[in-house]
Design a protein around this ligand. Structure first.
Ligand code: UD1
Ligand code: UDP
Length: 378
């Protein structure tokens, strides 16, 4: 069975690494990595391939940045041309980025079945581009591979058949558990940034709802500056956020905030090390909500909703919103509460999700090779 494993953006690389390893263990699969080129800076792309020990992609569509329409359209055209050249039997997509949706649409229209890894997550917030990508990708996917039971329930509620849904666990956690101990070699990082274990807060921000709206961005940054008076804050800034901070002008807010370090995005292992050693994390990232749950590090999510509710009910995550006072209060609570959460990990977040996915695909090979695109139209 010839498989295209699609990845385009930073979190996708973390998800395909264990999948690639597991698929390679099955001799009946021949897997090619297709990088769409949605992310392209070394620190957003190639550094992940190096850290995670993945070979260079077999195909790079090099689409780059653009509006949603331009980026999605460019991926669609380039992937369609690739499918003219290579006859894949299955396209595997991960996550919820524009590349995920674009390649799913191309595949289904050409009669190639799609398997979606991380299917079924829902924020129910249609202002998030990712929510649109999730719902539409799931709608065209024949195999829905879910990370949590709530995702299964969402899909059933949308009318999908249980026959299409496989609860397999979380592939991002496969990567985390594999590399967690490697962070021990990176203690020098804390010296580099003048940080002490548990004595700093780590920040990431990149959701358009937070960084593209000037008033929201300024509100969040003023909360962060206030928090940095109590604890050092380190902020590896996503290129989108760096550009927005420049355009909106936050210099007046961060002027004099000597305890706030805004740095370039970090490669995966460095970031994981800081995540592990942080006193708490503030973020709007999906993956970081999951990783902090597994690491047992308190996470304040600067959003009003999450598509990953299990990180709240069974993890360390708290939805804090984006109001300055709410963020500052939540940080003060995190600072004064020294108990480390120690709940059991969510079901099947055990490092073997990718193995289960490979087994599902092996078991479904007849259906895939018959190009049955989907069995349960809602
Ligand atoms: C994308 C995903 C988002 C995911 C995030 C992970 C969509 C709709 N969004 O958001 O779901 O959480 O990736 O990080 O797919 N840029 C660079 N260098 C790069 C990549 C991007 O400078 O290597 C800059 C460009 O100015 C670009 C902007 O970042 O316009 C946004 O990049 P884009 O991939 O469109 O969206 P993200 O915000 O990264
Ligand atoms: N990450 C990283 N360096 C950083 C910020 C994040 O390696 O500077 C990793 C993080 O550990 C997680 C993934 O990138 O594995 C999350 O990606 P991101 O937050 O960009 O996307 P999302 O998960 O929100 O889609």
């Amino acid at each position: 069975m010839r498989i295209a494993l699609v990845a385009g953006a930073r979190p996708n690389f973390v998800k395909i690494a264990p999948l690639l390893r597991s698929l390679k263990r099955h001799s009946e699969f021949s897997t090619s990595v297709v990088h769409t080129g949605q992310h392209y800076d070394d620190l957003m792309s190639a550094s992940f391939f190096r850290d995670l020990g993945i070979a260079d992609p077999d195909f790079n569509l090099a689409v780059g940045s653009g509006s949603h329409a331009a980026q999605t359209g460019r991926v669609m055209i380039a992937f369609d041309e690739l499918l003219d050249e290579v006859a894949f039997d299955l396209v595997i997509v991960v996550g919820d980025v524009n590349s995920t949706l674009a390649c799913s649409l191309v595949a289904i229209k050409r009669g190639v079945p799609v398997a979606h890894v991380e299917a079924g997550l829902r924020s129910n917030d249609w202002l998030m581009p990712e929510e649109i990508n999730r719902v539409l990708t799931d709608a065209v996917s024949a195999l829905l591979l879910t990370p949590s039971r709530d995702a299964d329930e969402n899909l059933i509620r949308e009318g999908r058949s249980e026959n299409d849904i496989y609860f397999v666990g979380n592939v991002m956690v496969d990567t985390l558990l594999r590399f967690r101990e490697k962070t021990a070699e990176r203690r020098g990082l804390m010296d580099r940034f003048g940080l002490r274990e548990r004595g700093f807060a780590l920040l990431t921000l990149h959701r358009p709802g937070n960084v593209d709206l000037p008033e929201v961005l300024r509100e969040i940054m003023s909360a962060v500056v206030e928090i940095s008076r109590d604890i050092p804050v380190i902020y590896p800034a996503h290129p989108r956020s760096r550009a927005r901070m420049k355009r909106v002008g936050v210099a007046d807010i961060i002027a004099g905030a000597t305890n706030l370090q805004i740095i370039d995005p970090l490669p995966y292992l460095d970031f994981l090390a800081l995540e592990r050693w942080a006193g708490f994390v503030m973020t709007d990232s999906g993956g970081v909500q999951e990783e902090t749950t597994v690491l047992g590090v308190p996470c304040l999510t600067l959003r009003d909703n999450t598509e990953r509710p299990i990180t709240i009910t069974q993890g360390t995550n708290k939805l804090v919103g984006t109001a300055r006072s709410a963020i500052v209060n939540a940080a003060r609570t995190a600072l004064s509460d020294h108990a480390r959460p120690s709940a059991p990990l969510p079901e099947l977040w055990d490092g073997s999700a990718s193995e289960r996915i490979a087994s599902v695909l092996a078991g479904e090979s007849e259906r895939i090779l018959n190009h049955e695109r989907t069995t349960s139209r809602p």
